[in-house]
Structure formats: structure tokens, C-alpha cells
Design a protein around this ligand. Structure first.
Ligand SMILES: Cc1cc2nc3c(=O)[nH]c(=O)nc-3n(C[C@H](O)[C@H](O)[C@H](O)COP(=O)(O)OP(=O)(O)OC[C@H]3O[C@@H](n4cnc5c(N)ncnc54)[C@H](O)[C@@H]3O)c2cc1C
Length: 412
């Protein structure tokens, strides 16, 4: 193993593994360092939208193998109404999604990177050694041994807590929305359902609606992943207890899922969802942030796997250019890439989330929205970033108008 790789990637989740995959595929010498050992779990809903499926297909991920449960759409419940919506037809993305346990998914993506030639070092924690504001070296702590690597560039993909990123000075903008969630696995007679399911009228212990949603995602193997996610845009945010919301979800979910019949297979676990590219700076003199480390989760729906994969791919492309030119300054273009790909969309999502935080708005929207199937189909496309840019119609026109307005709002 070389300790002078061209690129060292910190973190072997989807973001880091994708960056390592694309760099190795381009012929670069990559060291992918993961603190834990595979199979390693990650608190998540395990849901992959068509966008994530597309990104993984581009990396040669095998969706026909065991542990993959394909889903044709989303079944949503709100205000006593249930709507089943197929994933839309799209010129680029497939019309299906999937549910894959993170304990399986992440090791398989890392193996794809290794198959392209990346060196995978698991069970090792990376810590930056700073020299005049840049990463001078990276200390690798594993099995009681500390070694020092001297990469030319570093991709930081160390997840929501991002200790490595914070040591470089990256900070979350606390004025922007943030999410928390919890999930647990349950055995269920409906584990083979072909729809993922969401519950939009999530209630706290006092019976008040909170902005967020509950989910049940079938895994196809006798179990389901059930959880809740809440956004920080309403005034009672600090009082929210996701474990209590889980109890409420189990009590109110359709009995056919069987959640209330047995305790969960393991206790519920919680995690943070840094959203809307709320962490920065995303680029330093010789490093870039990707995935949750950059706060890249979609605020509309809490989806982060796809955005980790996409930001990993974008960062890899810029790192490749910087290496080819012998100029780390070329990394700065990554900032522009993020703005071009996600800036406007995430700003719209943030505004939407702020709106949802106002009392009564969530309830009113679900009441109105659920009366119109076409409106909900369009909402599904917007929330999962699957809008076809060539699309016509009233919904698309309204969205483009809103886009134009948001462009003029500084910061969002
Ligand atoms: C409750 C909950 C439900 C969610 N549900 C979904 C969902 O259904 N679908 C979806 O798309 N997204 C979901 N998300 C978001 C998704 O889990 C994340 O966005 C995604 O995991 C981000 O990938 P990542 O590679 O950036 O980070 P991570 O997956 O967190 O990977 C980071 C990796 O870095 C490693 N690491 C950390 N520090 C170091 C270090 N110093 N050295 C070496 N390694 C290090 C960690 O061990 C970890 O393996 C959910 C999140 C939560 C909390």
C-alpha cells in the first residue's frame, strides 16, 4: 500500500466510495480509508430513488443480486387519504427505485471502487495534519498503529458528524434547515410490498402535526425499515423526540404492516441529516467535501445517498483535473459544480421547508394536495428531483416561475 497516493478519500460510505470509484476508474492512485469494517451499518431508511439507482448503475452496481428489493413507486398517506404513485417515466432515470440495507449497500459500493484499483483500508481512522492552512499529511490510526500518508489531494466524505471536515474549518450554517431522524427494523408480513410508503401527517405525543414524515420501506427479506424524519423549521423543533414519534408511527401505521405485533428486531437508532449544502467551505487548498460532510442531503425528502454519490463523482472529476494540471487550485471549480447541479433546487427546498414549519401549513397542503392525483404526481417528481426539464403543463410552469423568483432571493 502506498502512503503517497494521489488522492486519499476519508470515509467509505456512498460519497467516499463513489469518489474513489471514479478516480480509480480514471487511472488515479487512490487510498480509500474507512474507520469501521464492512459490513458496517449506517442509520438510514435504506431507500434508493430512481436517481440513486441511475447513479449506482453507472458504477456497475448489480441490482439483480440478493439483498436488493425493487420498488415501483410511493404510497402516501395523509388526512385519511391514501395515494399510490408509480415512479415517473423520465428521459434519464429509471422508473423504479429500490430498498437495500446499508449494511449491504456500502460494502458493495466500496468493493466496486476496489475493483477499479482503489486501495481500501478499513478499520482505520484518518486525521488531518495541518500545515499553513492546508492538509500537510494524514495520520492513519488503525489497530494500535499510526502511519502517515502524504496524498496530493484529499476527498473528505466522513459523514454528518464530519470530525475531519470540522478540523479543516468546515462549519454548518446554523441559519439553514437541518433534519433528525430515527429508524428501526421490524419483521412484517408485507416485507415484499412493491411500494415504499410514507405518512405525511406525523404527530407528536400531544397530537400536533410536525413537519416531516414517517416511512415504511419494505426490504423483501421478511423485514421492513420504519422510521421518522423531522425538519428544524418549526418553533417547537427542540422539543421533538424522534423515539416518541416512532412510537406514534407504530401505533398509527396500517395494521397490515404488523409493526405493533412484535418489538423491533433491534432498538430504534437516530441520526442527523445535514441538508441543502449547509456546510462550508466545501473546498480548501487541497481538499473537497462530499456527501453529508458537505450537508448535501435533499431538504425536500431527506434523501442523501444519491447526493453523496453525485457529489463524490463531481469531486472526483475536479480532483482528476487538478492532478492532471498539477494545480490544486482547479479544485475550486467544484464549488461552481455544486451550485450548478443543486444550488437552485436546494434553495427552493429550503424555502419550502421554512413554509412547512408555519403552523397549519403542512396540514393545509396535505389536505389540498391529496385531492388531486396529478398534483401529487408532480409533487413526487419535484421532491425526488425527477422533474423532466422539457415538461409542459401548469405544475411545471408554476415551478419554473418559482425558480425565477428564487433566483432573485439572495441566500434562500
Ligand atoms: C434516520 C435517517 C434516515 C435516512 N434515510 C435515508 C434514505 O432512506 N435514503 C437516502 O438516500 N438517505 C437517507 N438518509 C441520509 C443518508 O443516510 C446519508 O445522506 C448518507 O449516508 C450520506 O453518505 P456519506 O457517504 O456522505 O456519509 P456516511 O454514509 O455517513 O459515510 C461516512 C463514512 O465515513 C466514515 N468515517 C467517519 N470519520 C472517519 C475518519 N476520520 N476516518 C475514516 N473513516 C471515517 C464512517 O465510518 C462512515 O462509514 C437518512 C439519514 C438518517 C439519519
Amino acid at each position: 500500500m502506498t502512503l503517497r497516493p494521489e488522492v486519499l478519500v476519508v470515509g467509505g460510505g456512498p460519497g467516499g466510495a463513489a469518489a474513489a470509484y471514479w478516480l480509480a476508474r480514471a487511472g488515479r492512485e487512490v487510498l480509500l480509508v474507512e474507520k469501521r469494517r464492512y459490513p458496517r451499518d449506517k442509520t438510514c431508511g435504506d431507500g434508493l430513488t430512481p436517481r440513486a439507482v441511475y447513479e449506482l448503475q453507472g458504477m456497475g452496481f448489480d441490482f439483480t443480486g440478493p439483498g436488493v428489493h425493487r420498488c415501483r413507486g410511493l404510497r402516501s398517506h395523509a388526512g385519511g387519504i391514501t395515494l399510490e404513485l408509480d415512479w415517473p417515466e423520465h428521459p434519464i432515470y429509471p422508473n423504479w427505485g429500490a430498498v437495500v440495507r446499508r449494511a449491504d449497500l456500502d460494502g458493495r459500493i466500496a468493493a466496486l471502487a476496489a475493483a477499479q484499483g482503489a486501495t481500501l483500508l478499513a478499520g482505520t481512522e484518518a486525521r488531518p495534519v495541518l500545515e499553513e492552512g492546508r492538509i500537510g499529511a494524514v495520520a492513519l490510526h488503525g489497530d494500535g498503529v499510526v502511519e502517515t500518508a502524504h496524498p496530493r489531494l484529499v476527498v473528505v466524505a466522513d459523514g454528518a458528524l464530519s470530525r475531519f471536515g470540522r478540523a479543516l474549518g468546515a462549519r454548518r450554517d446554523r441559519t439553514l434547515p437541518f433534519g433528525v431522524g430515527a429508524r428501526a427494523y421490524y419483521s412484517s408480513p408485507r416485507a415484499g410490498d412493491s411500494f415504499i410508503e410514507s405518512f405525511l401527517d406525523l404527530h407528536d405525543a400531544a397530537g400536533r402535526v410536525v413537519p416531516g414524515y414517517g416511512w415504511i420501506f419494505p426490504l423483501g427479506d421478511g423485514a421492513v425499515n420504519a422510521g421518522v424524519g423531522v425538519v428544524s423549521t418549526f418553533h417547537r423543533w427542540h422539543a421533538v423526540n424522534t423515539r416518541e414519534l416512532m412510537v406514534a408511527l407504530v401505533a398509527t401505521a396500517p395494521p397490515s404492516w404488523g409493526l405493533a405485533e412484535h418489538p423491533p428486531l433491534a432498538p430504534a437508532v437516530g441520526g442527523m441529516l445535514p441538508m441543502g449544502l449547509s456546510v462550508g467551505p466545501v473546498v480548501g487548498p487541497n481538499w473537497v467535501l462530499v456527501g453529508d460532510a458537505a450537508g448535501a442531503i435533499n431538504p425536500f425528502n431527506g434523501e442523501g445517498i444519491d447526493y453523496a454519490l453525485e457529489t463524490g463523482r463531481l469531486a472526483a472529476a475536479r480532483a482528476g483535473e487538478a492532478l492532471a494540471a498539477g494545480d490544486p487550485g482547479r479544485l475550486q471549480a467544484y464549488r461552481r459544480d455544486l451550485e450548478e447541479h443543486f444550488g437552485l433546487y436546494f434553495r427552493m427546498a429550503r424555502i419550502f421547508m421554512r413554509g412547512l414549519g408555519r403552523p397549519g401549513v403542512m396540514r393545509a397542503l396535505t389536505r389540498v394536495g391529496f385531492r388531486s392525483r396529478s398534483l401529487m404526481e408532480w409533487t413526487l417528481k419535484v421532491m425526488s428531483n425527477l422533474l423532466d426539464p422539457t415538461e409542459r403543463g401548469a405544475g411545471a410552469a408554476a415551478y419554473r416561475l418559482l425558480e425565477r423568483v428564487v433566483r432573485t432571493v439572495p441566500g434562500g
